[in-house]
Design a protein around this ligand. Structure first.
Ligand code: ADP
Ligand code: F6P
Length: 321
């Protein structure tokens, strides 16, 4: 393998730049030529790529977002789109591609690998932490810390005004951001898509806690767990409270990566290159399990059943009582 390319795809995540930096510098140290593809699969189809040198990734480790840009690309889901992407790679003599993205991007990588024989390495980059084969995805730690910082501010004003607050965080199918930020932020109620919840019970519990003299309460809601306005309307009416809503939205996706994400990104970037240059390696997903960086075949990684941290959820239930 003499030439590789790197792209970022799907939703951006803090740490993507640090991963591209690590992969670029590792590849250069092995004597490879490295290309950065702009705007994910779309850029590959359109031939938007530039050579990366050591200096191209200077001053990148601390930056959120992705300097390569990212995009969603419906055309790449088709065989015709994948063929165009492959033709770009052929024209440049590029034999391997490193993809930093979520499960959709990984599915694209698997197609490119299965249909055109391109060796692909997937680095899990998404704030959602929704790839079951790896303990953590890039950007998750930073996003949770961003939510935590917002919760800390909220707690100050909740205490002063003796209020109930609801914070809505990202996570359509995966409640990890809500679960981790909820526990670390001392939330009384954590509402996530993986677990059913009873608004009647929550309302009763709020009434009881008021009777006990508790003056403020925090609810953390994952966006995929329910409609925030309907939930708040129901509880307000049932419990006679006036919940203040904070919708954090895309602030969770930006920001300088934490130390944990920078180190993870760096380890992932190095491993992706070490795997891609092996003669006998197959297209794989890079991940971390028990603090060990792993590479497993892409199809195996994508077939992992969705997992959920029941232990942590159990802890949240104990502590919120
Ligand atoms: P993420 O990678 O964060 O999960 P998406 O699900 O939006 O984000 O996927 C990013 C891109 O990956 C899509 O715009 C599309 O180009 C490609 N992709 C997604 N799913 C598939 C699929 N099943 N087959 C081929 N390509 C896919
Ligand atoms: O997958 C990352 C994520 O931030 C999800 O948590 C969120 O539901 C979604 O992307 C938002 O996507 P968009 O930026 O396209 O609105």
């Amino acid at each position: 393998m003499k030439k590789i390319a790197i792209l970022t795809s799907g939703g951006d995540a803090p740490g993507m730049n640090a991963a591209v930096r690590a992969a670029t510098r590792t590849a250069l140290s092995y004597g490879l030529e490295v290309y950065g593809i702009e705007r994910g699969w779309d850029g590959l189809i359109k031939g938007q790529l530039n050579k990366l040198e050591t200096r191209s990734v200077s001053d990148m480790i601390q930056r959120g977002g992705t300097f390569l840009k990212t995009a969603r690309c419906p055309e790449f889901v088709t065989l015709e789109g994948q063929r165009k992407a492959f033709e770009t790679l052929e024209a440049y003599g590029i034999e391997g591609v490193i993809i930093v993205g979520g499960d959709g991007s990984f599915r694209g990588a698997k197609d490119l690998s299965d249909n055109f024989g391109v060796k692909c390495m997937g680095i899990p980059g998404t704030i959602d932490n929704d790839l079951a084969y790896t303990d953590y995805t890039l950007g998750f730690d930073t996003a949770v810390n961003t939510v935590l910082s917002a919760i800390s501010n909220l707690r100050d004003t909740m205490q002063s005004h003796e209020r109930v607050s609801l914070v809505e965080v990202m996570g359509r199918h995966c409640g990890d951001i809500a679960l981790y930020a909820g526990i670390a932020g001392g939330a009384e109620y954590i509402l996530i898509p993986e677990k059913p919840f009873d608004l009647n019970q929550i309302s009763k519990s709020l009434i009881k806690s008021k009777l006990r003299g508790k003056t403020s309460n925090l609810i953390v809601l994952a966006e995929g767990a329910g409609n925030r306005d309907e939930i708040v309307k129901f509880i307000n009416e049932m419990a006679g409270v006036n919940i203040k809503i904070t919708h954090l939205g895309h602030v969770q996706r930006g920001g300088s990566p934490t130390m944990a994400d920078r180190i993870l990104a760096t380890r992932f970037g190095v491993k992706a290159v070490e795997e891609i240059i092996k003669d006998d390696s197959v297209s794989s997903a890079i991940g971390i399990r028990g603090n060990k960086v792993i590479a497993i075949p892409l199809d195996e990684a994508l077939s992992y059943p969705k997992s959920f941290n029941e232990d942590l959820y159990g802890i949240s239930q104990i502590l919120s009582k």
